[in-house]
Design a protein around this ligand. Sequence first.
Ligand code: ATP
Ligand code: MG
Ligand code: MG
Length: 550
Amino acid sequence: DTQGPTHFIGNRIRKELEAGQYQQIITRFPPEPNGYLHLGHAKSIALNFSVAEEFGGYTNLRFDDTNPAKEEQRYIDAIKEDVHWLGYAWKHERHASDYFEQLYEWALHLIDHGLAYVDSQDADTIRAQRGTLTEPGVESPFRNRPREESRDLFQRMRAGEFADGAHVLRAKIDMASGNINLRDPVIYRIRHLTHPRTGNQWCIYPSYDYAHGQSDAIEHITHSLCTLEFEDHRPLYDWLLAHLPVPSRPVQIEFSRLNLDYTVLSKRRLTRLVDEGHVSGWDDPRMPTLAGVRRRGFTPEAIRAFCAEIGVTKSDSIIPFGVLENALRNDLNERAPRTMAVLRPLKLVLTNFPEGETEWLEAAVHPQKPDMGTRRIAMSREIFIEADDFMEEAPKKFFRLKPGGEVRLRNAFIIRCDEVIKDADGQVVELRCTLDPDTRSGQPGANRKVKGTIHWVSAVHSVQAEVRLYDRLFQTPDPAGDKAVDFIEHLNLESLVVIPDARLEPETAQARPGESFQFERLGYFAADPDGTPERPVFNRAVTLRDTWAK
Ligand code: ATP
Ligand code: MG
Ligand code: MG
């Protein structure tokens, strides 16, 4: 038996359970299938599933598919894949559209009890009459229309007799309420649209507020967890449940949404990035979508650890993206096999290494985890090192390779730079070095110390690869914060750097899409589905240390 989560929602539910108020805790994750899930949704998923799981209940996945104008089957499929990938299993897959008939019956119930009426004014007029925070609303001339007339009109709305916008159904609550959501909210609209699931069966669709609580009640959801912007909707949620013959009485609890700096977490904005071609798609590795961060190399474990770390509160804040990156580093540091890769190769010839020969060296897959085994690394006369690990005019503190200097080749031996070869433009194109055979592991000089260690790959054995380096997608911490400036203006136009001719150890080149490695000294990299064994493509998921300028 577990004590359950310790945030305010967990604490509340624990008390309720102790008081015998519930037999079982049932939650739901209710995405609208009008886009891909993003990291904000991951917070909601982790919350809903962990609350139910830790108290021994279950969670439904409910598609909130009440607006066919923007909803598509491909989004439903992608959402299911993403929730699965995060590591959660829902009990029932449900769709708000499963309840359209019941919701319609309940709308008739409201009409019959004088609690809803058909309004025949246009949308602009209705909006204007709702008033403001300081001004009460104005009653519609149709507010006191006889129930029988509303019932007849509503049935004919369903039958398809009217054009879009000709009538709406409104709950009859209180046009003078201090809460504008209670000023006779519209609960049904006419929309002659084809729905991805119900096809052309319906031409009236319920509002989010009308469908949500009743769907919760049908599924016997005990706690309907949603973000703070729905706090003002809670009185309407409760009013509807109180006035309808629903089978259960769920309660809505609000928590603060996740905001991350240097990105946007809103499907509407992410849709624009995709539609306007600022990114390559919903799964572009720079996108904060689950599909995007997955492709980039983020792990579900890291995202879940991040969600646990940030907790659940009622106060809004912006979390630094670096917090999520740190969670990824912590996870991959434990699990990612180590390999050497050279991003910007500089040729280096070991003049005392026999031509045409290969020496097989052995290295740990993970230096701190002997159980992960060892790997073989090919050494030959020509190798590549990282161009910026060599400096011709090096400052005193530069401990990598310089003319006349010594450095250790990681997993191999110490070398000395004897000669620098340049092309006609004075560019360094090759280094000629000698190796110190006594410094091979197992040799008497193996422990001789030099200040620097650099990574390398054998020229003939290594495989050429494309490596994609990513930076923040936006230049400003809160790109959508200033309503006067379109957030697109804040895009970082250098968020992707493509390295066409990096070099990998040959085993790394065989990686399946999604497999991650630590490229020693460089960071964590994941194989991209664009790659092939002949021409692998790797994404840098995260650097080894937080290098973002603060
Ligand atoms: P968006 O504005 O991105 O479209 P949404 O809330 O309209 O978000 P839904 O598909 O309706 O998207 O959201 C499903 C669930 O995820 C809702 O319960 C919603 O409150 C929650 N959610 C959405 N964004 C966040 C976020 N940034 N942080 C936490 N929960 C979120
Ligand atoms: Mg929504
Ligand atoms: Mg939305």
